[in-house]
Design a protein around this ligand. Structure first.
Ligand code: MSP
Length: 658
């Protein structure tokens, strides 16, 4: 059986389980959620898939550093992604993990089939290997002797491995790309891949010797080897539907959209289609490569302390504001820059002023002029300009969805919000209510305004599901929003006359200038704060890998750090902060330091008083949430657990630690 035309399948990449989820990851998942929700509202049977990539060198190394089994490690880590998607209200139908049996079985079955029909062969390999990227490179691929992708050092390697005959599909793939305009989007990315294919396509090494890397799926035909992570990971898109025969029967294949970041376009548009071709499956319909987010113009990186932690953003601004911002700010496919200032600007203008105001004034007027019940329009209606604009916009939005032009879709929806606000102004209900004749027209004006809000709720629902629901609730409309499909806008009579409205709290309270200044200042100081107080990753000790030679420091360097014992004499939580505790630390000779530490999630203030800690005493003071911190407390963190560094015997205050 081939693709069922009523079925729609969209995927995100499966995220490396080791990474701390950040807005870059959230971006892809939210984008997939938007199209999934939209397609459901059009009546499609949608399957939206996300998950985690759990094998490979980095996971093995991290587990080893922690002294735990890799399986236990990934069982714990994958939860961070799962939990984040719950917070972001994403409507995925399944969450695949590459360590699950259902996935491993399909990978092994595919490998076995390919091996049996001579598509996989063994050969010895000599060349360069980049451990962080887990990829082989030829001499000419290297950039000044470094990995062309991550720019880190590569190691020379010589070993026997298994290879997939990818090279033989080069011409076919090129032809497929040329004849299927929508296979790689946006078009500029398509040219990039064609450029890549201009050079002869080599075969793909799909194994790693178990002796070097045991954490992977063993090859079914040679247990001394495990499967290369990318070969393993890409199969997630089909293993979810079962074995090859079940994939056909599911009716979901080929996938309609694989959404990926531009960094993983080659693996998706070269490795993946050739793997599918060799297995007798069709390539996906569209691979859409989106751009990358930077933060205030810089690449997000742990060492720069600028990783935008989505949980913090949600706590502060709410889920829908973040979803809206990410989809509205930058055309999908282009790179974008994240800044709190731009986010606050969008919240205040688009969400609080335009949308929030439309809902508030509509509900106020229905309350005042019609005793809180949406009136029936008087037929025939004199002026249906508002309705016409909505009906014209729906097909335009449909077209824009085909290109995943999310920012343009939101622009069009906000144009409708604007039109509805202007429609109220031009009809001036406050004047109509003054005369008997005017009151007739007033009923039509208010009905149409309510109906336009219902339509706006349906249109924004894929982007801001909770906000769409809230608008429906406040309008008093009982039918669940997901049952009011996009098509119901076209009937323009979905709001039952006589519905009693149910006004509630403001959708998006305005962030006043003073508050905005405070937020911006705290973001700035956190970015330049000492490690234990920065919000992104709190503790000083992390589970990162072994430093490279160039990163080693001399004893003189180390001695520059004035580490001292200190006794905590006072401790209290910092108001409005979940992580920070304000400490008074006695460091001897009558000196008491005020120090902020990001340990509130791990310790109650009462547990801290009387403890001897290690303080970095010569750290430049920094202000956090307006409070000065005169030092840094040492602590270790293992995933979400924070443990203060201390001693197994007592020491007086102010003792130098070396
Ligand atoms: N595990 C592989 C994907 C295997 S799919 C069969 C992987 N994982 S990842 O966690 O590193 O990246 C997942 C996605 O997050 C990619 O699409 C990547 O582009 C995206 N992003 C990671 N950082 C990003 C930004 N700063 N901005 C936007 N997206 C970014 O690659």
């Amino acid at each position: 059986m081939s693709k069922n035309p009523n079925k729609f399948f969209v995927t995100t990449p499966i995220y490396y389980v080791n990474d701390v989820p950040h807005i870059g990851h959230a971006y892809t998942t939210i984008a997939a959620d938007v199209i999934a929700r939209y397609k459901r509202s059009e009546g499609y049977d949608v399957f939206f898939l996300t998950g985690t990539d759990e094998h490979g060198q980095k996971v093995q190394q991290a587990a080893r550093d922690l002294g735990v089994e890799p399986q236990a490690h990934v069982d714990k880590l994958h939860e961070r992604f799962k939990e984040l998607w719950v917070r972001f209200n994403t409507s995925h139908n399944d969450f695949i993990r590459t360590t699950e049996e259902r996935h491993k079985q399909v990978v092994r079955a595919i490998l076995q089939d390919l091996f049996a029909c001579g598509q996989i062969y063994k050969d010895s390999y000599e060349g360069w290997y980049c451990t962080p990227c887990e990829r082989f490179w030829t001499e000419k691929d290297l950039l000044e002797g470094h990995c062309p992708e991550c720019k880190r050092a590569v190691t020379q390697i010589e070993e026997s491995n298994y290879f997939f005959k990818m090279g033989q599909y080069g011409k076919w793939l090129e032809e497929h790309i040329r004849t299927h305009e929508r296979f790689i989007l946006p078009a500029s990315r398509r040219n990039e891949v064609l450029g890549f294919l201009a050079r002869p396509l080599g075969d793909l090494c799909i194994s790693r010797p178990k002796a070097r890397l045991p954490w992977g799926i063993p090859l079914p035909f040679d247990e001394e080897y495990v499967t290369y992570v990318w070969f393993d990971a890409l199969i997630n898109y089909i293993s979810i539907h079962g074995h090859l025969k079940d994939i056909h029967a599911s009716g979901y294949w080929p996938a309609d959209y694989h959404l990926v970041g531009k960094d993983i376009l080659t693996t998706h548009s070269v490795y993946w289609p050739t793997m599918l071709k060799a297995s007798g499956l069709e390539p996906p319909t569209t691979i859409f490569a989106h751009g990358w987010w930077t933060v205030n113009g810089q690449k997000m990186s742990k060492s720069l302390r600028n990783v935008v932690e989505p949980n913090h953003l949600i706590d502060r601004f709410g889920v829908d504001a973040i979803r809206y911002f990410l989809m509205r700010e930058v055309p999908f496919g282009m790179d974008g820059d994240f800044s709190h200032k731009a986010l606050i600007g969008r919240i205040n203008s688009d969400l609080a002023n335009n949308l929030g105001n439309l809902l508030n004034r509509t509900l106020n007027m229905i309350d005042r002029y019609h005793d809180g019940c949406i009136p029936a329009p008087v037929e025939p209606q004199k002026n249906d300009k508002l309705k016409c604009e909505f009906l014209e916009t729906v097909p335009q939005i449909h077209e824009l969805y085909r290109e995943l032009a999310y920012n343009k879709i939101l622009e069009r929806i906000w144009k409708l919000v604007d039109t509805a606000n202007k429609w109220i102004d031009s009809n001036a209900p406050w004047n109509l209510v003054k005369t008997e004749e005017g009151k007739q027209e007033l009923a039509s004006v208010m009905y149409n305004t309510a109906e336009s809000l219902r339509a706006i709720a349906i249109l924004i629902y894929p982007f801001m599901p909770a906000t769409g629901e809230k608008i429906m609730q406040q309008l008093g409309i009982q039918t669940p929003i997901e049952q009011q499909g996009i098509g119901s806008i076209l009937t323009w009579n979905g709001t039952p006359p006589g519905t009693r409205i149910n006004p509630g709290p403001q959708l998006f309270p305005r962030i006043e200038d003073k508050e905005a200044e405070k937020i911006l200042a705290s973001v700035q100081s956190a970015a330049s704060a000492p490690a234990d107080t920065a919000p992104a990753d709190t503790a000083a000790a992390t589970t990162e890998g072994v430093p490279e030679e160039k990163d080693l420091i001399s004893i003189e360097d180390f001695m520059k750090i004035d580490l001292r014992t200190g006794k905590i004499v006072e401790a209290e939580k910092v108001k409005k902060s979940k992580k920070l505790v304000q400490l008074k630390v006695d460091i001897g000779n009558g000196e008491v330091r005020q120090v902020l530490a990001g340990i509130a999630t791990a310790y109650e203030p009462a547990q801290l008083v009387g403890r001897t800690i290690i303080l970095v005493a010569n750290l430049k003071p920094a202000k956090l949430m307006g409070i000065e911190s005169q030092g840094m407390v040492l602590a270790g963190s293992e995933n979400d657990r924070i443990v203060l560094a201390g001693f197994d015997q007592t020491l007086a205050e102010g003792v130098r630690i070396k």
